[in-house]
Design a protein around this ligand. Structure first.
Ligand code: ATP
Ligand code: LTN
Length: 327
């Protein structure tokens, strides 16, 4: 069975982008292999975050995982910080990734852009080192992520190649995979920018009420003209809403275009809002149930112990290969 692995960092309220590009897909692919889905709480420390907020967000991500359909009996769900092997491996792997390639990472450039050099944490710079460790510590082959994370997985691939060239066949080669439609949901207020949980404008939060979700969609920025057409260059707003509709209903862009010939943006937006609400109604109800059930702590504890068992073996294998004494 191939290992499948991914994570989300608990930096803020999850968005519809996280849901479509990541969460929903995790639950879809989980039974195709032995699946590990974690809460990347150590990665959440790469930018300043309040301890209480981090704690609450972490529990929330776990609840959203389960609400989205991740099955804790099959899928190992855990906190990154509950398995020290990730960090231990990162200390080793940092020697095989280089300053030049780390400084070319788009996420690093975006997040550090407005910061003074003195204020940029080493953890933000080394983010992909820990991420590579998260992946290779489970010998994971399939890494389902949104488009923005593909570059990090590519870097993990470079690292595996480099490492194995030197030490033999020690690490398993991972590969990023994205949903066909919706790997990059754009902001509703600026459809040339990614919808991101650290940028509140133009977001739909999974914690928004259904009415607020509808309002946000109805007031999403649209484009010139009145045609419903998939054309990212000239109609980024409509194309983004079409992507949301397509990913939630399974309808192709062509089908959506045909359905809305002769109709206006208002009708179209109503259809998008209906689709979002249709999807979110049971999802939000399940989330409330999970929070009330009090089962999260147990799921995370079981997940962590399963995760540790698997990762200890990889860590030993790596330590041996590189010559750490008596491992
Ligand atoms: P932040 O704003 O804190 O950087 P984020 O919203 O970009 O966070 P991440 O925690 O980095 O979210 O992402 C979790 C998962 O969701 C990743 O697989 C990521 O690629 C995916 N994802 C994030 N934003 C989107 C989006 N707008 N569309 C599709 N997938 C997304
Ligand atoms: N960087 C990812 C979260 C993450 C991750 C991983 C995803 C941390 N480690 C390993 C896949 C595999 C993000 O969503 N921002």
């Amino acid at each position: 069975m191939e290992r499948i692995l991914s994570g989300i960092k608990p930096t803020g309220q999850l968005t519809l982008g996280n849901y479509i590009g990541a969460l929903k897909n995790f639950s879809k692919v989980q039974y195709e292999g032995e699946t590990f889905i974690f809460i990347a709480d150590l990665h959440a420390l790469t930018l300043p975050i309040d301890p209480e907020v981090l704690r609450n967000n972490s529990r929330d991500v776990a609840a959203y995982y389960i609400a989205a359909g991740l099955d804790p009996k099959h899928t190992t769900i855990f906190l990154q910080s509950d398995n020290p092997s990730h960090s231990e491996l990162a200390i080793i792997l940092q020697n095989y990734l280089y300053m030049g390639e780390l400084s070319r990472m788009t996420q690093f450039k975006d997040k550090s852009q407005k910061m003074k050099e003195e204020a940029i944490g080493l953890g933000l710079f080394a983010y992909p080192v820990l991420m590579a460790s998260d992946i290779v510590i489970y010998d994971a082959k399939r890494i389902p992520v949104g488009e923005d994370q593909v570059q990090h997985v590519e870097l993990a691939r470079d690292l595996v190649k480099r490492f194995n060239n030197r030490y033999g066949d020690v690490l398993v080669m991972p590969k990023a995979e994205m949903v066909k439609v919706g790997a990059r949901i754009m902001s509703l207020s600026d459809p040339t920018k990614k919808m991101s949980k650290s940028d509140p404008k133009g977001d739909i939060y999974l914690s928004d009420s259904l009415e607020v979700m509808r309002k946000k969609i109805m007031s999403a920025v649209t484009d010139m003209g009145r045609e419903i057409k998939y054309d990212v260059e000239n109609k980024p707003g409509i194309s983004n809403l079409m992507t949301i509709l397509s990913s939630l209903t399974g309808k192709s862009f062509q089908e959506i275009e045909n359905e809305f010939v002769g109709k206006g943006y208002g009708d179209f937006k109503r259809a998008v809002a209906d689709a979002v609400i249709n999807e979110m109604t049971p999802f939000k109800a399940r989330y409330e149930e999970v929070i009330k059930s009090g089962e999260i702590d147990k799921i995370l504890a079981d997940g962590a112990s399963r995760a540790r068992k698997v990762s200890e073996l990889t860590l030993k294998r790596v330590q041996k290969a590189i010559g750490l004494y008596n491992k």
